[in-house]
Design a protein around this ligand. Sequence first.
Ligand SMILES: Cc1cc2nc3c(=O)[nH]c(=O)nc-3n(C[C@H](O)[C@H](O)[C@H](O)COP(=O)(O)O)c2cc1C
Length: 387
Amino acid sequence: MRYLTAGESHGKQQTTIIEGIPARMPITQDDINESLLRRQKGHGRGKRMQIEKDLVDIVGGVRHGYTLGSPIALVVHNDDFKHWIDVMGEDPIAEDQDIRRVVTRPRPGHADLNGAIKYGHRDMRNILERSSARETTARVAAGAVAKTLLKQLDIEIVGYVKEIAGIKAEEKDLSIAEKARISEESPVRCLDEVAGQQMMDAIDKAKKDGDSIGGVCEVVVEGMPAGIGSYVHYDRKLDGRIAGAVQSINAFKGVEFGIGFEAARKNGSEVHDEILWSEERGYYRRTNRLGGFEGGMTSGMPIVVKGVMKPIPTLYKPLQSVDIETKEPFNASIERSDSCAVPAAAVVMEHVVAFEVAKAILEQFPHDQFPKLKEAVDQYREEVRNF
Ligand SMILES: Cc1cc2nc3c(=O)[nH]c(=O)nc-3n(C[C@H](O)[C@H](O)[C@H](O)COP(=O)(O)O)c2cc1C
């Protein structure tokens, strides 16, 4: 299974094409819209999220509520495009007209300057329109299809916020269903109400100060049988694939599984998870400090992965940069910006993890027809339990 996305931030639409979803899997637009709307929520999001309500148009690969086995094409229209036709339209511009809203001033922390150097663009709008996190809309759409598949295989996944600007949510013993419900009710997707309020205050303060703040998101996957992924090659290790996918989300700077970097400071006896067996559960681990992975494969324990998001780089408080035409220093211009997008990023992370997990499942089991896939996964679960 793979997917590609296309589209510019202020262009006509975001497009996603997914190949490899089995035929005869039930799916509706609502399954995808729910995810898209979740990405747009969150305390600290700017005006754009209010201007546009992202809704998907399924334009290929689905008929009468079922997948066909052909590529699935998804479109999310940019309602705002009508105001941007002169700037972002695909037609050549007349010789007597100037290109509008040219950007010659790269913003620190963005792709602007490196992208301009790489592709030889003097107008950095050609970079920032695509490097913008608007593209995560298309990635969430792909992940929503993956989530729909996982759900029907009894694999649940949820993303939420662990930390914003150094304020940490207290660890709570909650079921995955409770985590999903509580994070949905929290404007910052935090499972700890007290910390959640402090996070909102920190976001408001950052906004007032013209600054931005980052944080840590966590995604949990439950219901994965043991032995998904592989140890035989670097690019078959599922933890490696998930880490790459999470790191590739705009503004993500690091990934941890389970106790993660803390493992460097502990003894082996405090890190590894002892193996137990019971009639009811089959094999399981006494603890889950390694976050559901050993040897690039699932252990059958929940996958627990964290991603670190840096503070958004576009600040109202300007940072110094250099105009590429004049080479003069200037204070980086302010584009419309959020002060904190960590709650939205948790939704994005949930969906990119869902895609990698679903992809690994499809690689391991017969994947042309959904009912056969489901049968094979259920049978495998039974085999694993009695192994
Ligand atoms: C959900 C989400 C929303 C974002 N919103 C903004 C934003 O409003 N303003 C901004 O400057 N950066 C925003 N970013 C981050 C930038 O897109 C990102 O920092 C930039 O593309 C450079 O990539 P890098 O940080 O991975 O190097 C957002 C990221 C995510 C995941």
